[in-house]
Design a protein around this ligand. Structure first.
Ligand code: PEP
Ligand code: MG
Length: 543
């Protein structure tokens, strides 16, 4: 048995085989030992197999996310049949005596560069697609996995790092847990793991020999046991069963109010990243959705989601929540959340860079598409809009003006719309300091404590080396939360917390005493939080 340690981001146990996630296509060898005719045949056979994989992906996506979202796989199929592309590959094989994988990889790079240089944003976005299809074919040719990185059996995935877009694309039904070498506990990948209720360890040093071996990921003790000894395995299986029993017991709290023993009430909402998470929201009995991280919709594809695609998703969430509040945060892309097709420049300080509302206010076309989709969805439930990364009153006014413009246009077109509350994220110290002025502009505040902590403590949330310096209970953060709640209430705004701190049971009492109106947490944290709230008596203990 071997033990490796790391940092746990979700207390829980996963037992199963380890599977190493190989991101990149293997290096494509150039010189071939085969004849050009044989390489051409290899290329044709790999292309057929890629077409089959794409067909299967299309069918799966059609079932899970609908026709509009599945269309991307059809586009990929068409690109693989594109005559120019196929001719370019064949020509490299024939004229250079190259391997099929080298020819595909080179053609992919060349076409991607050509697309990226085009004026038209639709064509630019094809750059990521051509890379994607080429990688698929190269992986088939070299025997690397990519079409199905997760394999057939459920497994604990092991990776150097997982980006948020990779994480959202994982098949949850085959994911028992994950282990990464890099990453930090406040990163979006970690947040996604919590949303999906998947045990995960970060900062683990692993090697290739782990692939396929049985392991126990112990999120309580921040470690993973490889080839666990039989006694340890059965103890862990027992602990896992008891966790499941505890979870079942928590289900007994469903339909119970979030009220303390002395009668203080607080709303407990859920954070989600996709329409697919709504099942978890209902299962855990959230009173609403306090944060829909809409950017994951953008990360999930290889092109901008259209207004209609977004509308379908928002409408589905609003309808399913049946009149309960759904707070949709407008696009918060940038920093660690990158999508190739946005073509964002490399930045020295991405967390302080071109992201979130800054992108929306300067790329109005994208912003308006999203706002129109949200406004249209508001006819189907109780929808609120929330703007991220606000630092000034000007930004809020500009965003509201664009929203009004969208509303006027939709009205002229006869579109149905409902009442929409407008709120902002309070996640910069600047916003805290001018909370009184900001509150005049909006209906609610939601404290994004992940970024607020990062900017207040000057601690990069992506950097695991800083974990020892990071104190989530730092008095500066708690004081900022209090100031925000007081300023919001002075102007009639409700104030919630949607950062990870909202789920910290050690702070629940503090937040209740501050008068926080709502806590929005990952679905798996809802019932434990309800249990905590119902055990508190604010008349008894002091802070
Ligand atoms: C936050 O910053 O606390 C927040 C909720 O937003 P995100 O984690 O998506 O940046
Ligand atoms: Mg944030």
């Amino acid at each position: 048995m071997k033990v490796a340690t790391g940092k746990s981001i979700l207390k829980g146990i996963a037992i199963g085989p380890l599977r190493i996630y190989r991101k990149k296509a293997a290096e494509a060898r150039r010189a071939s030992v085969l004849s050009p005719a044989e390489e051409l045949a290899r290329f044709e056979s790999a292309r057929r197999e890629a077409q089959e994989q794409l067909g299967a992906l299309y069918d799966k996506a059609l079932d899970e996310v609908g026709e509009d979202n599945a269309a991307i796989f059809e586009i990929h199929q068409m690109m693989l049949d594109d005559e120019d592309y196929v001719d370019a590959v064949k020509s490299i094989i024939e004229t250079q005596g190259a391997t099929a994988e080298y020819a595909v990889s080179t053609t992919g790079e060349n076409f991607a560069a050509a697309f990226a240089a085009m004026e038209d944003s639709y064509m630019q976005a094809r750059s990521a697609d051509v890379k994607d299809i080429s990688r698929r074919v190269v992986n088939i040719l070299t025997g690397s996995e990519q079409g199905d990185v997760q394999g057939e059996e459920p497994a604990i995935l092991v990776a150097d790092d997982l980006t948020p877009s990779e994480t959202v694309q994982l098949d949850k039904s085959k994911l028992l847990g994950f282990i990464t070498r890099h990453g930090s506990s406040n990163s979006h990948t970690a947040i996604l793991a919590r949303t999906m209720n998947i045990p995960a360890l970060i900062g683990v040093d692993f090697d290739e020999s782990w692939d396929g071996r049985l392991a126990v990921l112990d999120g309580y003790n921040h470690c993973v046991y490889i080839d666990p000894a039989p006694e340890l395995l059965s103890a862990m299986e027992a602990k896992h069963r008891s966790d499941l029993e505890q979870e079942a017991l928590l289900q007994g709290l469903k339909k119970k109010p979030n009220v303390t023993l002395d009668g203080t009430e607080i709303q407990v909402y859920a954070n989600i990243g996709s329409a697919g998470d709504v099942g978890l929201v209902l299962q855990n009995d959230a009173q609403g959705i306090g944060l829909f991280r809409s950017e994951f919709l953008y990360l999930d594809g290889s092109d901008y989601p259209t207004e209609d695609q977004q509308f379908a998703v928002y409408k589905r969430v609003a309808e399913t929540m049946a009149g309960k509040k759904v707070v949709i945060r407008t696009l918060d892309i940038g920093a660690d959340k990158q999508a190739d097709y946005f073509g964002l420049d490399h930045e020295e300080n991405p967390a302080l860079g071109y992201r979130a509302i800054r992108i929306c206010l300067t790329r109005r076309d994208i912003f308006k598409q999203q706002l129109r989709a949200i406004l249209r969805a508001s006819a189907f439930g109780s929808v609120s809009i929330m703007f991220p990364m606000i630092i000034s009153v000007r930004e809020v006014r500009d965003a509201k003006e664009i929203l009004e413009e969208c509303r006027r246009e939709l009205k002229a077109q006869g579109a149905a719309m409902g009442e929409v509350e407008i709120g902002i994220m309070i996640e910069t110290p600047a916003a805290v300091m001018i909370a009184d002025e900001l509150a005049e502009e909006v209906d609610f505040f939601s404290l994004g404590t992940n970024d607020l902590s990062q900017y207040t403590l000057a601690i990069d949330r992506q950097n695991p080396k800083l974990d020892t310096f990071y104190d989530p209970h730092h008095p500066a953060i708690l004081r900022m939360i209090r100031m925000t709640v007081e300023a919001g209430h002075r102007h009639g705004c409700w104030v919630g917390i949607c950062g990870e701190l909202g789920a910290d049971p050690a702070l629940t009492e503090t937040f209740l005493r501050m008068g926080v109106d709502e806590l929005s947490v990952s679905p798996s944290a809802i019932l434990p939080l309800r249990k905590r709230i119902r055990s508190l008596d604010l008349t008894k203990s002091g802070e």
